[in-house]
Write a protein that binds this ligand. Structure first.
Ligand code: MLC
Ligand code: AMP
Length: 528
């Protein structure tokens, strides 16, 4: 029998870090629907404590079986954050879903995860509830951006006192779906221990300070915004300045009150395009952290020149949370441009050649990792899980890189056919299978090409069936109703044949070379 002291529930550790004075502001909203969630509205630590208790009591009243999943596709709001914390508090498993996902994608996730509870935006209730109820979901609640919907209405009737449910470190806390190079998305199962150990490591390595203030401008359905940023602030009892949407000018306007910012490279590129980004605006900032996608050295240099701050680049994945990071404190070493830094304390990272043999320092190979941060496996996919781990238990990241003599890791590419666009992952195989089903399409190849704003952009090259006329613009418009908008090709090209090698394999490298200049013009206006 666990005593409260033994409770390894991540929520307990986060709550223990709340400041003693719960009347202090925990979250200040920097934007939002004017009437009900206005900019300037703030939430105190006691509001987080009470709000999560009420939501956890609502979940408890449903008498869900142990290990029940709570799937959530809602717009970003502080209440959506409280829902995440409440799911942890109630001992259930949180399953966040990108708001861009369309019906077919949601149908797959809900069918695969079989959540007991689904929470969606009020505007999507009709189609989401139809999918959920036919997959056996017990309850579908709604939560809107403007604090509207059935979830909060129902939670209002519950007590604001709740004892966090006891959880062991190995118990499941969240499932994050990540696409696969072949086949459908896989649910990465992360435990309370995975998340807490990583959050504690980052708190120490990034040297969180008592007076830190985080500007939070990322979505909260992926590792970066949900775990790295939020756990960091909560575990340090730090205030967050909260943006529902990323608006570079508005974010820069709040930097003088902040000390920590986290973003994908696109966020830094867009801020650099604003004349208001100056050393003065960044004078109080302690650290700017970049990750989720490769950071161009040009962006790194431009940032240093404009702000006087060296971007801190780190590397992670849904399956492993954070793996490496450039140092924060000078005492831990320099921040090296073009690298993602050394493995974090407690994280094992090695590079192997294709035969599984160790690579020498500086030699390029497959990056493999181990440690308390590494996930338990893919939800209900034991074979996939086995494939992705080596015989001695290291996780194969699918990233290719090298480690230098000082332990700094450089990522040079990916063995997985993956496009990262604005920090979102897109698997060409998934998009090709959707396009190949469209009328008139014989075959297609989806590639990533350099993009000044998104880093990489999705482009489709296809062959039409004999006699079929394909209108690329109409195809793009049609795809927007079928798949998440960030997966939709920005351009579609119709060709007579796809280039193939002697084995008949499509030579995507040739297509990438051919189209590499498509989006190289800066999308955002240049900085004055
Ligand atoms: C939006 N669009 C995108 C896109 N985001 N297209 C490609 N890639 C993206 N990432 C589409 C829009 O739907 C729109 O299409 C058009 O592009 C222009 O939209 P926008 O208004 O410029 O986009 P915006 O809403 O401003 O969003 C851009 C963004 C957002 C960069 C702010 O994509 C974002 O928040 N990215 C962060 C993703 C993230 O948090 N990743 C972390 C993963 S965790 P149209 O056709 O309607 O005009 C992870 C692990 C780790 O990877 O290590 O952290
Ligand atoms: P996801 O599965 O969405 O969590 O994406 C994880 C992938 O993002 C990793 O496997 C890397 O390919 C990529 N990634 C994350 N951080 C970085 C980084 N700093 N530089 C390059 N790629 C990164």
């Amino acid at each position: 029998m666990l005593t409260p002291m033994d409770n390894q529930n991540l929520f307990v550790a986060l709550r223990a870090a709340f400041p003693a004075d719960l009347d202090q502001v925990a979250i200040e909203c920097a934007d939002g629907p004017a009437a009900s969630h206005p900019a300037g509205a703030s939430y105190r630590w006691c509001d987080l404590e009470r709000g999560t208790a009420m939501l956890a009591n609502l979940l408890a009243s449903l008498n869900l079986p142990d290990g029940s999943r709570v799937a959530v596709q809602t717009e970003k709001s502080v209440e959506a954050l409280m829902l995440y914390l409440a799911v942890l508090r109630a001992g259930h498993v949180f399953l966040p879903l990108n708001t861009a996902y369309q019906a077919a994608e949601i149908e797959y996730f809900i069918g695969n995860a079989e959540p007991a509870v689904v929470v969606c935006s009020p505007k999507n209730f009709a189609w989401v509830s139809r999918i959920a109820f036919s997959a056996g979901t017990q309850q579908v609640f709604t939560l809107g951006e403007a604090r509207d919907g059935s979830l909060l209405d129902r939670a209002a009737h519950f007590s604001d006192q709740h004892e966090p449910v006891a959880r062991q470190a190995d118990d499941l806390a969240a499932i994050l779906y990540t696409s696969g190079t072949t086949g459908r998305s896989k649910g990465a199962m992360l435990s309370h221990g995975n998340l807490l150990s990583n959050a504690r490591t980052l708190k120490a390595y990034w040297d969180w300070q008592p007076d830190d203030v985080l500007v939070h401008a990322l979505p909260i359905f992926h590792v970066h915004g949900l775990f790295v940023a939020i756990h960091g602030a909560l575990l340090n009892g730090s205030k967050m300045i909260w943006f529902g949407r990323f608006d570079p000018r508005a974010v820069i306007a709040r930097l003088p009150e902040a000390t920590v910012f986290m973003g994908v490279p696109t966020l830094y590129v867009r801020m650099l395009a604003e004349a208001t980004l100056t050393r003065e605006a960044c004078r109080r900032m302690r650290v700017f952290i970049s990750g989720s996608a490769p950071l161009l050295v040009e962006t790194f240099d431009a940032w240093t020149e404009r702000t006087g701050h060296t971007l801190l680049e780190r590397y992670g994945m849904s399956e492993t949370v954070m793996l490496t990071s450039n140092p924060c404190r000078a005492a831990d070493g320099p921040r090296r441009r073009g690298t993602v830094g050394p493995a974090l304390p407690g994280v094992g990272l090695r590079v192997r050649d294709d035969a599984g043999q160790p690579c020498k320092s500086g030699e390029i190979g497959q990056i493999q990792v181990s440690g308390p941060n590494v996930f338990a496996g893919y939800w209900r996919m034991p074979e996939k899980t086995e494939e992705e781990f080596t015989a001695d238990g290291w996780f194969k990241t699918g990233d290719v890189g090298h480690i230098d003599a000082d332990g700094y890791v450089t990522i040079v590419g990916r063995s997985k056919d993956l496009i990262i666009s604005g920090g979102y992952n897109v698997y060409p195989a998934e998009i090709e299978s959707v396009i190949n089903e469209l009328p008139g399409v014989a075959e297609s190849a989806v590639i990533g090409v350099p993009h000044a704003d998104f880093g990489e952009a999705v482009v489709a090259v296809l062959v039409a069936r004999p006699g079929a006329a394909i209108d690329p613009a109409a195809m793009i418009a049609g795809l927007k109703g079928q798949i998440a908008n960030f997966k939709v090709p920005k351009r579609v090209f119709v060709v007579d044949d796809l280039p193939r090698n002697a084995m008949g394999k499509v030579q995507k490298n040739l297509l990438r070379e051919q189209h590499q200049g498509l989006f190289q013009q800066p999308v955002a206006p240049p900085a004055p």
